[in-house]
Write a protein that binds this ligand. Structure first.
Ligand code: DMJ
Length: 687
């Protein structure tokens, strides 16, 4: 006979000197409440033939049961009953959660299949042959659909992607092994991250630093279910956008996978930073359009191939708005921490740009060596560039709790706020990185090199919960400056437009880039600013539409000149030969989105639909992708430039999709603020 004793692990083990082949079954009771100790034993009878029949097992169980004391029997019965009740309750709870998290498309979520949707007119661009660089051929296609490992702020997730939790964790482990020193990676950091997610977020005061705090966690299952219900099915026009995106993605996937930009005509690619720019810029668009398969595949690339440890110069502004902004918004939408880790890694690598005598950052930085520098010909930086990185750096600090990002970016804002050389709120185009002063004084534009300075004044104010009054004051002053110095009306149609001022001389030239302004003005009104701004927004929107409408292709040129003097001509808009190109830019449709959201006037949707059809007619390349064109005034020979800019997927198609939505809660303007590359970031204290 051998008695068995409970081991440390709770399993029953024989005593040290006992036979390990005891063949006896025994149970040691819990610590003795009873006055006597019960030992249950079975006599070994090795000589007997082994009988493992059911009836014998049943008899022996029954015998053992009878050998238990009344107390033990009651305890066992109680334990079983308890386990059954617990099991039942947790089944109900888990069933709810799995329903919400399973990622199986509900009726509302099912991917729209729109194979029949074709452009109204056949594309005019040629279809030459070229080698295949698709992810399929380079074997990066995911083998099977993955389940999503849900983490991150749940109430910002609009849909549940379908990624495998195990795969997610493996990716994460790999990422952590590969990431540089100060990226979220060690156990301690992980623990901090978990604890800050549990804290209740407060709206941030002014430029104060929010540290490792996030929104109060709400039950993810309920939120995801609610958001799935709200998302709704795409309407016909949205399906048109999805079809356009898929066509663009097809070209990128096949000929430019993992490279910066597709060259759709030559079926090849071009590199700028060598960081998969189009793929990153397009991530959140895929999420918003519900393109799960494409998103999963791109996520795999980010996880396995995207490496910032690279000896390459990047432009601080362009890489911030596209890469940092794209990663941060994708993190917010998906809740997948892979994107936050990548964002923090990238943010760290950009930081040397700020190490200048004035703290005004250099335009370029090598993300591998950490060497930053201005362009070769000057020590100036562009004003819009140094003042349009703040939304992203501030958000990165909020999410990581690392102050330096926000501090560096806000130092620039403070500095520019106090700088002389402005004209009624209007800023010059250049700033010196040594002296910190504006240069090339006396030239004012809302176009290239100044545009997003104005946009980010308003958007930072919104992002921070409308508390940073200096930002608002600078914005309001600038709008007044625009009205006084840059706004005019054309002849004969009296279109309101924004020109430029050079040393007191007005130039009736307007970049298509300026068409961001009606949208920004409307956004300001949505957030409580003067109704006058809406009048100007609507007038400018009409002008931007006419810049498209009056061209033979229905697409705006890069720059127009307005006719100021009657009755010289019946055309308000003139285009110089050097300015006739269209780069698939987003600004007109971006503003149409804001104008429709804030006024509800469907004409803005109709205008956007016309523009999408023009893109399909004149810029679509049959083998996949869209190309910028050289001549918007030549419908028979638009001359493809053989390049699809990353912002066509990051911005243009995203804004079109949102424009055609009738759901104001789809990326609500009260919850999100879009960076200048159309990447939605959360407002810190949503209204
Ligand atoms: C984008 O990169 C951004 O919208 C930027 O603010 C201006 N230029 C392009 C789009 O035109």
């Amino acid at each position: 006979m051998a008695a068995l004793y409970p081991s440390d692990s709770g399993f029953l083990t024989p005593p040290a000197n006992g036979s390990s082949r005891a063949g006896a079954v025994a149970m040691y009771p819990p610590p003795p409440p009873a006055p006597h100790r019960d030992f249950i034993s079975v006599t070994l009878s090795l000589g007997e033939s082994y009988d493992n029949s059911k009836s014998r097992r049943r008899r022996s169980c029954w015998r053992k049961w009878k050998q238990l004391s009344r107390l033990q029997q009651n305890m066992v019965i109680f334990l079983l009953a308890f386990l059954i009740v617990c099991g039942f309750l947790s089944y109900i709870h888990m069933a709810d959660q799995w329903k919400a998290l399973s990622g199986k498309p509900t009726e509302e979520q099912k991917m729209p299949e729109v194979p029949g949707l074709k452009p109204a007119n056949p594309p005019v661009l040629p279809a030459p042959q070229k080698a295949d660089a698709s992810p399929a051929s380079s074997k990066v296609l995911p083998q099977r659909p993955r389940k999503h490992f849900r983490r991150g702020p749940p109430h910002l997730q609009i849909r549940a992607p379908n990624t495998d939790s195990k795969a997610g964790m493996q990716d994460e482990a790999k990422e952590q092994a590969a990431a540089p020193g100060d990226v979220l990676q060690d156990e301690n950091t992980q623990r901090t991250v978990i604890s800050w997610r549990g804290a209740v977020i407060e709206p941030e005061q002014g430029t104060g630093l929010p540290l490792r705090r996030e929104e109060a966690p709400t039950k993810p299952s309920l939120l995801v279910t609610r958001m799935q219900k709200e998302a709704g099915l795409p309407n016909e026009r949205q399906k048109g956008v999805i079809e356009a995106f898929r066509h663009a993605w097809k070209g990128y996937r096949q000929f430019a996978w993992g490279h910066d930009e597709l060259r759709p005509v030559s079926r090849s690619f071009s590199e700028w930073f060598g960081l998969g720019l189009t793929l990153i810029d397009a991530l959140d668009t895929m999420w918003i359009l519900g393109l799960k398969q494409e998103f999963r595949e791109a996520r795999t690339w980010v996880s396995e191939k995207l490496d910032f440890k690279k000896d390459v110069d990047v432009n601080l502004f362009e890489s911030t708005i596209r890469i940092l902004g794209g990663l941060l918004s994708t993190y917010h939408l998906s809740g997948d921490r892979l994107f936050l880790r990548k964002a923090e890694d990238f943010g760290n690598r950009l930081m040397p740009a700020f190490m200048t005598p004035s703290k005004i950052p250099y335009s370029d930085v090598n993300i591998g060596t950490g060497v930053a520098h201005p362009p070769q010909w000057t020590s100036d930086s562009t004003v819009s560039e140094v003042t349009s990185i703040q939304l992203e750096f501030r958000e990165l600090s909020r999410l990581t709790g690392v102050r330096k990002f926000q501090e560096a970016a806000e130092e620039v804002t403070r500095h520019v706020h106090n700088l002389s050389g402005k004209k009624d709120g209007l800023v010059p185009m250049f700033i010196n990185t040594h002296s910190g002063s504006f240069t090339h004084l006396g030239v004012f534009t809302l176009g290239a090199r100044a545009d997003s300075y104005y946009e980010y004044l308003l958007k930072q104010w919104i992002q921070g919960g409308k508390k940073e009054t200096q930002l608002l004051e600078d914005y309001l002053a600038a709008i007044e400056g625009i009205k006084t110095h840059l706004m005019r009306r054309s002849e004969p149609r009296k279109l309101t437009f924004i020109g430029e001022l050079a040393h007191g001389r007005f130039n009736a030239k307007m970049d298509h880039l300026v068409c961001f302004l009606p949208g920004t003005l409307a956004l300001g009104v949505h957030h409580g600013l003067s109704a006058d701004h809406m009048e100007l927004a609507q007038a400018l929107m009409e002008t931007c539409y006419q810049m498209n409408r009056q061209m033979e292709t229905g697409l705006s040129p890069e720059i127009v000149h307005f006719n100021l003097y009657p009755p010289a001509d019946d055309l308000d808009v003139k285009v110089k030969p050097a300015d006739r190109h269209n780069l698939l830019r987003p600004e007109t449709v971006e503003s149409l989105f804001y104008l429709y959201r804030t006024t509800g006037d469907r004409k803005y949707q109709d205008w956007g639909w016309e523009i999408l059809q023009s893109f399909n007619k004149y810029t679509r390349v049959p083998s996949g992708g869209y190309s910028s064109i050289n001549n918007v005034q030549s419908p028979n020979k638009p001359e493809p430039r053989d390049k699809m800019e990353s912002f066509f997927l990051g911005e243009t198609l995203k804004y079109l999709y949102l424009l055609f939505s009738d759901d104001p809660n789809l990326l609500s303007l009260d919850t999100y603020v879009f960076n200048t590359e159309a990447h939605p970031l959360p407002i810190w204290a949503p209204a």
